[in-house]
Design a protein around this ligand. Structure first.
Ligand code: CA
Length: 364
């Protein structure tokens, strides 16, 4: 048969019928077989932190829309199902199917969890995304999470945080001596080595402690979130940058057994929605922080850069800590070594076009 005959003759009709039948069959199978699934997501955050808490809602709504309403994820604020700092444990145990948290909360289990969020003097938000999505970071951090029966996905970023609120100015390293500061995690460990007295306090406890003088300084997030807690009223010196959080990434956690029960298209929807939430949260902060900063400055807040000697000493201590940990913790070492190389390469690249362009725009 000539090709033309096939296309115009009886053959074409047969082929078209077969194609239509096949398409209908697939559609019916897809519609009939895909189950309705309802999951619960535990967030580590209160609804008042709308940008961070909101990232989980962005993700859940998108998943539901993509799956025609069949895969429903209900977001619960911190404390509703489990306390905010126990989200990883709850997902690991399968008490809940998924969670939204910051992996550096779990450095007490393994310091390597910090790579899935932020380590002091680590990557910026853009560099963190590059490392996770293209630079091997996701594969490396998933080796760690596998031991906890969890699959992790990047799920938001605040961008570089502020260095916090101080009752008195910090003009040199000596001014940190004996300073009581709310700063948790590895940043707190470094502050201790610089002579300060780090404290770990939950968000709601910071203001009263600062007000009554139980602490001299406190870090939280950045202008938009800090403004809501009212620190400007009691500590007017606002420092930058938050060198312990240069691009902290939030993460979605999924229990691997539950993940394995999902149809492939639901997994794709989940993964895509996590990427959207990751992008969307940073965009929200980059839009809201400048407006909040203007309001704070108008209200009399004084902005200061951390002195160079503080930054230099802190960075040296940070990398000393990482080398020490790499010497005794195999998974930390396995992630740290390629991470460090990646960071070096990123800095070489970013200090050319990116830095010269932005510095020119800043007028510096
Ligand atoms: Ca912070």
């Amino acid at each position: 048969m000539q090709r033309r005959d096939f296309l115009t003759g009886a053959g074409a009709g047969l082929a078209a019928t077969a194609l239509a039948a096949c398409g209908k069959k697939e559609q019916a199978a897809a519609a009939g077989e895909l189950p309705t699934i309802r999951w619960r997501l535990a967030s580590s955050y209160p609804k008042s932190l709308d940008t961070i808490y909101g990232a989980a809602e962005v993700m859940a709504k998108r998943v539901e829309a993509i799956t025609n309403g069949k895969f429903q994820i209900r977001v619960h604020a911190g404390g509703e199902i489990v306390p905010g700092l126990q989200v990883l444990d709850a997902v690991q145990q399968g008490t809940i199917e998924c969670g939204h948290s910051a992996s550096y909360y779990y450095v007490g289990k393994n310091m390597a969890f910090a790579f899935d969020c932020a380590v002091p003097f680590g990557l910026t938000a853009r560099q963190q995304n590059a490392w996770m999505y293209q630079g091997g970071g996701l594969e490396l951090t998933r080796e760690l999470f596998k031991d906890y029966n969890i699959l992790n996905f990047p799920g938001g970023n605040t961008g570089v945080q502020m260095g916090g609120w101080f009752r008195k100015e910090v003009n040199s390293l000596a001014d940190l001596n004996g300073l009581k500061m709310r700063i948790p995690g590895i940043g707190g460990q470094i502050m201790a080595k610089l002579g300060a007295v780090p404290q770990t306090l939950a968000g709601g406890d910071i203001y009263p402690a600062l007000e009554r003088g139980a602490i001299d300084a406190a870090e939280w997030v950045g202008p938009y979130d800090d403004e809501k807690l009212g620190f400007a009223k009691i500590a007017k010196h606002y420092y930058y940058p938050g060198w312990w959080e240069g691009g902290p990434q939030l993460s979605f956690y999924v229990n691997i057994d539950k993940w394995n029960t999902l149809p492939e298209s639901y997994r794709q929807a989940f993964e895509t929605a996590c990427m959207e939430a990751n992008l969307n949260m940073l965009a929200a902060y980059d839009t809201k922080n400048p407006q909040a900063l203007q309001r704070l400055v108008a209200a009399g807040v004084q902005l200061h850069a951390f002195p160079k000697d503080v930054m230099t000493a802190a960075q040296k201590i940070a990398f000393g800590l990482y080398e020490e940990e790499a010497g005794r913790n195999p998974i930390f070492r396995k992630i740290y070594q390629p991470w460090k190389q990646f960071r070096e390469a990123e800095l070489q690249w970013f200090k050319l076009a990116e830095a010269s362009y932005t510095n020119f725009l800043f007028g510096t």
